[in-house]
Design a binder for this molecule. Sequence first.
Ligand code: CU
Length: 128
Amino acid sequence: MTGAAVSRRRAITGVAGALGLAAVGALAACAQGKPEPVPSDAGVKAAVTVRVVDNAFEPAEVRITPDQAVRWVFEGTAEHDVVANDRSFVSELMREGEYTHRFPEAADFDYICSVHPEMRGVVRVAAP
Ligand SMILES: [Cu+2]
């Protein structure tokens, strides 16, 4: 093997190592982007239903009173999720099925789909 061939191999190994580090960095960024799911309040009867379609929440704004629940029903052909800005409710990525969350506190809860940030919704919880 010539000296040139050896140094070329070293150069290629170095590039592969750098790509490996980049892949690890991308995975870490991904884990930060999607927070841990919060279990669905599956047994709770929902006051309102929001349809999750491609690519919107319908309706995007709902109003409930404290201790009522919202049910999201996934109907899109793509995978979506429901991620509260304050992480108080976070569904799995789903193509079908449903996710329910009960809201004990009066507040406005903004949420998005982590895959499609243009999908935005808000749950307004206020005393009657
Ligand atoms: Cu989505």
